[in-house]
Write a protein that binds this ligand. Structure first.
Ligand SMILES: Cc1cc2nc3c(=O)[nH]c(=O)nc-3n(C[C@H](O)[C@H](O)[C@H](O)COP(=O)(O)OP(=O)(O)OC[C@H]3O[C@@H](n4cnc5c(N)ncnc54)[C@H](O)[C@@H]3O)c2cc1C
Length: 554
């Protein structure tokens, strides 16, 4: 724990406030000289203070001190969001040491945890009690609070967002006091906090309903994308409880992964056994290194990208389509969902209505491959940007959810900022561009790809995943979300009128630039962090520098 003396680099007035408050015997576990970096190392920042509370009074004290010291406070989970959403030059709060299981009832499945717990620890604790998370995304490194705060999802038409299993939350707001909320208690706060992009307060406690532990019997096969389009809604996505697809645009082929639950009793009786899949090429050390090196070479010779994709795909999954390519496994759910996400990457993921999937992939495929009338697979993509000289990485990750199955505004557990349609299933398309050895693709490939991808997603009525890369204005969001947007902003403004949880990311995407005052100055909130400057960082990515709103005296 830092004593105020350890904080000697802080401005005197800030140190004084911290010292005065030291008499309350509540520890303030803060340190300076901490470097924050996102998982993909695309962004880093140097917060003035890094605070790791270990109890609720410590969280509340950190919020109160931040307000008294006129500082913005950013909560960070595991830093897996690929954007600069978690960057700050002000104060950073992390709940890694506030991550205990508080209650766990195997009979009801109800589990209450401190919000910093990582999903892998939560899964292990649930499993020990014969329980599991109903659905997970591709990794389990995230904190539970971070995962829900950006709308993390898995892939299943029988499940929605990870947050749909949450029945109650506690949130510490800018006044330093903690509120409980659920569908019954403070329902507006609950719907805002279920996906708040860190702009509302600090989520401190999560109560979720787990399901009986299950294993996943899964298999994957390869097929042409044309065959998938034939049975898109009725066959492809309904053939198992969990289905995900990786689409390879240059080959017009796709890997289809499907998994069904195996009950614990089946395993205990010996009728079904756990077994690991064979190690894929990419999961081997050789495959991992070879693919990364080939991608690195392609930075300078991008036109070899389709060949690399064909070669690595073949080694990884096989060069033919159909049953002969089948790979399978049977693993506990907390392992079976997980994927090796390989290298640092840019990701741009949108949700569109499920039925628009074939059109989306056909138009994107025609654009990426620069198809002309008469070419096999040609459709008029209508994308108003040229793909000449552009080569992109694979795969596009294709997943689904249906947030109308277990969550809804009527039930009070649909987040205001849920990106999926509120009247049916969603299809997520995730366009990935790798950064071999943390180096960006060259020739503005990512920018050109994402400009076209986002244009297409907008054309198909999509909305972007909050954690990932996108360029959308607040007024576009306001139009797309309608009343839900206004309601989220109202709850946020009431909970945090001085903008303690607002930084440049939120100004860019949520609040907008607003109107200029008579003096020509843009109106800002009193505690808002402003003016992110992105400087190229050593070893790739950007170091982000912000500053406390200068019009506010300390
Ligand atoms: C390799 C990889 C695989 C991924 N796979 C998937 C996937 O399968 N499906 C999917 O949907 N997404 C996926 N993601 C995205 C990931 O789930 C989100 O970025 C998630 O938000 C990361 O959680 P975190 O704990 O790292 O949160 P951070 O990235 O640290 O923070 C995310 C947001 O949550 C806020 N926040 C964090 N903790 C709190 C808190 N206690 N109170 C209030 N706000 C808080 C932060 O301020 C920030 O706004 C993946 C990301 C990576 C890098």
């Amino acid at each position: 724990m830092a004593s105020p003396n350890d904080l000697s680099t802080l401005p005197t007035e800030v140190r004084t406030i911290i010292t005065i408050n030291a008499s309350d015997a509540i520890p303030f576990r803060a340190r300076t000289a901490y470097a924050h970096r996102t998982w993909a190392r695309t962004f880093s920042s140097l917060p003035e203070l890094f605070i790791q509370p270990e109890s609720l009074p410590e969280v509340e004290k950190a919020v109160t001190l931040a307000r008294q010291c006129r500082r913005r406070l950013t909560t960070v989970g595991s830093g897996h969001s690929p954007s600069d959403i978690t960057c700050t030059s002000s104060w950073m709060l992390n709940l890694d040491n506030f991550s205990r299981i508080l209650a766990l009832d195997p009979a009801t499945g109800l589990c209450t945890v401190e919000a910093g717990i990582r999903l892998h620890r939560l899964s292990a604790a649930l499993d020990a009690a014969g329980l599991a998370m109903p659905s997970l995304g591709s990794i389990n490194e995230q904190s539970i609070a971070g995962a829900i705060s950006t709308g993390t999802h898995g892939s299943s038409l029988r499940h929605g967002l990870v947050s749909e299993s949450i029945v109650a939350l506690k949130v510490t707001l800018a006044d330093g006091k903690t509120r409980a909320c659920s569908a019954e208690e403070r329902p507006e706060l609950f719907r805002a906090a279920l996906l708040s992009v860190g702009a509302l307060g600090v989520v401190t406690e999560v109560t979720l309903r787990a399901v009986p532990a299950f294993s996943l019997a899964w298999s994957q096969t390869i097929d042409s994308d044309a065959r998938l389009f034939e049975g898109w809604e009725d066959v492809l996505w309904k053939q198992a409880e969990f289905v995900r697809v990786w689409w390879f645009p240059y080959m017009r082929r796709a890997v289809v992964w499907k998994a069904d639950k195996v009950a614990k009793e089946e395993l205990e009786s010996g009728r079904v056994r756990h077994y690991q899949p064979r190690t894929s090429f990419q999961d081997s050390r050789l495959g991992y290194i070879l693919y990364q090196n080939l991608l690195a070479v392609a930075r300078w010779f991008p036109r070899i990208t389709p060949w690399i994709e064909w070669f690595v795909f073949g080694l990884n999954y096989g060069f033919s389509n159909g049953e002969s390519t089948r790979v399978s496994g049977c693993q506990p759910s907390y392992e079976g969902f997980l994927l090796n996400c390989l290298y640092s990457q840019f990701v741009n993921e949108w949700a569109i209505p499920l039925h628009k999937g074939p059109e989306a992939l056909q138009r994107l495929g025609a654009w990426i491959n620069r198809l002309q009338p008469g070419d096999p697979g040609y459709v008029d993509h209508q994308i108003p940007f040229s793909a000449e000289g552009l080569w992109v990485h694979s795969p596009v990750e294709v997943r689904v959810s249906d947030t109308t199955v277990n969550s809804s505004a009527a039930r009070g557990n649909r987040p205001y900022l849920d990106i999926t349609p509120d009247d049916g299933p969603a299809l997520y398309l995730n366009a990935t561009m790798y950064r071999p050895y943390y180096r960006d693709p060259t020739h503005e490939a990512t920018e050109r790809y994402y400009r076209a991808f986002e244009w297409l997603m907008r054309d198909l009525g999509g909305k972007p995943h909050w954690a990932k890369t996108f360029s959308v204005t607040p007024s576009e969001f306001a139009t797309w979300y309608g009343d839900d947007w206004r309601q989220f902003c109202k709850v946020r403004d009431e909970a945090d009128p001085e903008g303690m949880f607002v930084g440049p990311w939120h100004r860019r995407y949520l609040l907008g630039e607003g109107s200029a005052s008579n003096e020509g100055e843009i109106q800002r909130l009193a505690l808002e962090e402003v003016g992110f400057v992105h400087e190229k960082a050593k070893g790739g990515g950007f170091c982000v520098f912000g500053r406390q709103n200068p019009v506010v005296p300390v």
